[in-house]
Structures are given as structure tokens and as C-alpha cells.
Design a protein around this ligand. Structure first.
Ligand code: 5GP
Ligand code: ZN
Length: 102
């Protein structure tokens, strides 16, 4: 999607270090971290939120990626969070899973 921040980051139109990627998703450090380590795991396909997911094998792939990212980043204790909808705090309307570790 052309005016989506995360799609622009994936295309290299907004600079952000991609710390992990595979066929399904990529990960970046959150620009405004709310924990010592705050990583966003983002599907490469533009899907607005969890409410728009049709094939839930994607979510499984994203959690598989989280395990790999955590191993890469030496994270063992962490929380995951998915904000869905503006009233629940979703600011970027492209599905993402937060990894939060202190
Ligand atoms: P949400 O509130 O939608 O669940 O989370 C969006 C997250 O994206 C926020 O934690 C915010 O700090 C982060 N964010 C927004 N814009 C950018 C950006 O341009 N680069 C990075 N790395 N993170 C961003
Ligand atoms: Zn997008």
C-alpha cells in the first residue's frame, strides 16, 4: 500500500534497519521503544489488522520468526502484543506483532 509506513520501510523508501526477514515477514526495532528491546514483526503483505487475516498460517509463520528473532537478539523473556483497531491503540494500519523484552 503506497501510503503505509511499514510498506515504505520494506521497499526502502523510509530508512529503517531490517534486523530479520524471511519469505513472509520482516522485523525492525521500534522507533519509540516501550521496553529495553522493542521489536516489530511485520508481514510482507499489506494486511490492515488481525481482523483482516484470512490465512492464519501467516500468524504461525510470524511466531516461528519471533522465535528466530529472539534467538538472534538473545531474548528469552518477553511479551508479545497485537493491537487491533484504533480504539485498542493500533496506530499503524498494517498488521504487526510487538516483541517487548526488559
Ligand atoms: P501500534 O500502536 O500500531 O500497535 O504500533 C505501531 C508502532 O510502530 C509504535 O510502537 C511506533 O512507535 C512504531 N513506529 C511508527 N512509525 C515508525 C517508523 O517509522 N519506524 C519504526 N521503526 N517504528 C515506527
Ligand atoms: Zn502496509
Amino acid at each position: 500500500m503506497s501510503d503505509c509506513i511499514f510498506c515504505k520501510i520494506l521497499k526502502g523508501e523510509i530508512p529503517s534497519k531490517i534486523i530479520y526477514q524471511d519469505d513472509y515477514c520482516f522485523a525492525i526495532n521500534d522507533i519509540n521503544p516501550k521496553a529495553k528491546k522493542h521489536i516489530l514483526v511485520i508481514p510482507k503483505e499489506h494486511i490492515e489488522s488481525l481482523n483482516e487475516v484470512k490465512d492464519f498460517s501467516l500468524i504461525s509463520k510470524m511466531f516461528e520468526a519471533i522465535k528466530k528473532i529472539n534467538s538472534q537478539e538473545n531474548i528469552t523473556h518477553f511479551r508479545t502484543q497485537i493491537n487491533t483497531g484504533s480504539q485498542a491503540g493500533q496506530e499503524v494500519m498494517h498488521l504487526h506483532i510487538h516483541i517487548l523484552a526488559n
